[in-house]
Design a protein around this ligand. Structure first.
Ligand code: CP
Length: 308
């Protein structure tokens, strides 16, 4: 049987990405479509989440599905020593699709190889967050009118931030120009810079974050410094507040500029930015509902034709 899991954004063609975005557009217009009546969606969160879990569960509810799952692995039999394999096999007995967030890189890939039902990767360590990327692309498309030839500044923790790793890979289809703004400790890993070179993606690295650096960009994608991935908390303390976007920095930016952030925010965007029309991060999170409705339908083999 064809494995319809969504594990890595790198596996999606340009056509497939555009197709899922078209589906998301449809769900934004018609979010309440009871096409999953009788289905069960399981959400297994081995790491904390607000947006990803709640938007997946809202997506499933609005599609008429039932939802089961857990948010605290300590309250499950994995705390008694049950393996990930056994957990996945058990939940596959109960659900038609599994949405899983796990702290280990590669956990979603492993689950997809053993599960008889599709797996949707809701984040695996510092590796991938493909459903976030779909909502990021949807947000970029809605605000810019295109995904092609955009200048995008990725700011903050590009070492551990899985959202920027997925986004970079997805945008390879659309000729982006990237600017990576990081302190030395949090630089974009070599494997992703190599990926850019292999796909002829232009990028420049900066350590300064100021008005001049962001003057000509279309998208500023801010990220949180991922405290939970540091082994040395002193290092986290040194870099945690290194870049803070303030409203005053946006005065001479392009009219079409939009500020994205996968959220949660800690200190990296000052609250005075929230009222600026260029701030888009709360709408971005809302777009997650539509993008995730499209993803759930797709892994279950439901097509755009079926839902129109
Ligand atoms: N963007 C994101 O993954 O947020 P949560 O951790 O709240 O799910």
């Amino acid at each position: 049987m064809e494995n319809r899991s969504l594990v890595s954004i790198a596996e999606l063609s340009k056509e497939k990405i555009l197709y899922l975005l078209e589906m998301a557009t449809h769900f934004e217009k018609h979010p309440n479509r009871k096409i999953l009546d009788g289905k069960v969606v399981a959400t297994l969160f081995f790491e904390p989440s607000t947006r990803t879990r709640l938007s997946f569960e809202t997506a499933a509810n609005r599609l008429g599905s039932n939802v089961i799952g857990f948010t605290d692995p300590k309250a499950t039999s994995s705390s008694k020593g049950e393996t990930l394999k056994d957990t996945i096999m058990m939940v596959s007995n109960y659900a038609d699709v599994i949405v899983m967030r796990h702290y280990l890189e590669g956990a979603a890939r492993y689950a997809s190889e053993i599960a008889p039902v599709p797996i949707i990767n809701a984040g695996d360590g510092a590796n991938q967050h493909p459903s976030q990327t779909m909502l990021d692309l949807y947000s970029i498309l809605k605000t810019q009118g295109t995904l092609e030839n955009l200048t995008i500044h990725l700011v903050g923790d590009l070492k551990y931030g899985r959202t920027v790793h997925s986004l970079l890979m997805a945008l390879r289809h659309f000729n982006p120009t990237f600017h990576f703004i990081t302190p030395d400790e949090l630089k974009m890993p070599e494997e992703y810079k190599m990926y850019c070179k292999q796909h002829n993606i232009s990028y420049t690295e900066h350590s300064e974050f100021n008005e001049e650096v962001i003057a000509d960009t279309d998208i500023i994608y801010m990220t949180r410094v991922q405290r939970e991935r540091f082994t040395d908390l002193m290092e986290y303390e040194r870099v945690k507040n290194i870049y803070i976007l303030k409203n005053s920095m946006l005065e001479n930016t392009r009219d079409n500029l939009r500020i994205l952030h996968p959220l949660p925010r800690v200190n990296e965007i000052a609250y005075d930015v929230d009222d600026n029309p260029k701030a888009y991060y709360f709408e971005q999170a809302r777009n997650g509902l539509y993008a995730r409705q499209a993803i759930i339908c797709d892994v279950l083999g439901i097509t755009l034709e079926d839902i129109i």
